[in-house]
Design a protein around this ligand. Structure first.
Ligand SMILES: [Zn+2]
Length: 135
């Protein structure tokens, strides 16, 4: 999960791709009665700029498994999410910071997992909840 910026600079590899599987922390899912299933697939690309800032595109794919937020039936959903972020060497309010040597993507990936989660998990499109009418 690390990008060795200084080393890549020395090798003149100013652009490239990466891919890894990430085991998310157990408490990462915000939806009640649901969990992230398996590993989060992370793919992306980086560009190192002249001022040592590094632009990164992250592509995440993961699955949420659990109970439908409305009717409690089994439910699952695959989430795909893309985000563009920038790492800088001097702290500002908008970007991620790194030491100019290497970037650890964990915080950014954790953030992306949190941001990309839906508010509810549904068993099917348009689930209206537990049917309480007598048939
Ligand atoms: Zn449902």
């Amino acid at each position: 999960m690390e990008i060795e910026v200084r080393k890549l600079n020395a090798l003149k590899k100013y652009e490239g791709n990466f891919a890894f599987d990430y085991e998310p922390p157990a408490d990462m899912c915000l939806i009640p009665l649901c969990n992230l299933e398996g590993k989060v697939k992370v793919e992306g690309s980086y560009v190192i700029y002249d001022d040592d800032s590094v632009g990164i595109t992250l592509n995440l794919t993961y699955k949420i498994l659990g109970k439908c937020s409305y009717c409690l039936n089994d439910a699952q959903k695959e989430i795909k999410y893309e985000s563009d972020i920038l790492y800088v060497t001097e702290e500002d309010d908008e970007n991620y910071i790194y030491d100019g040597i290497k970037i650890n993507l964990k915080t950014a990936v954790d953030d992306a997992i949190l941001i990309s989660q839906p508010n509810v998990l549904l068993c099917r499109e348009g689930c209206t909840g537990i049917d309480v009418t007598n048939k």
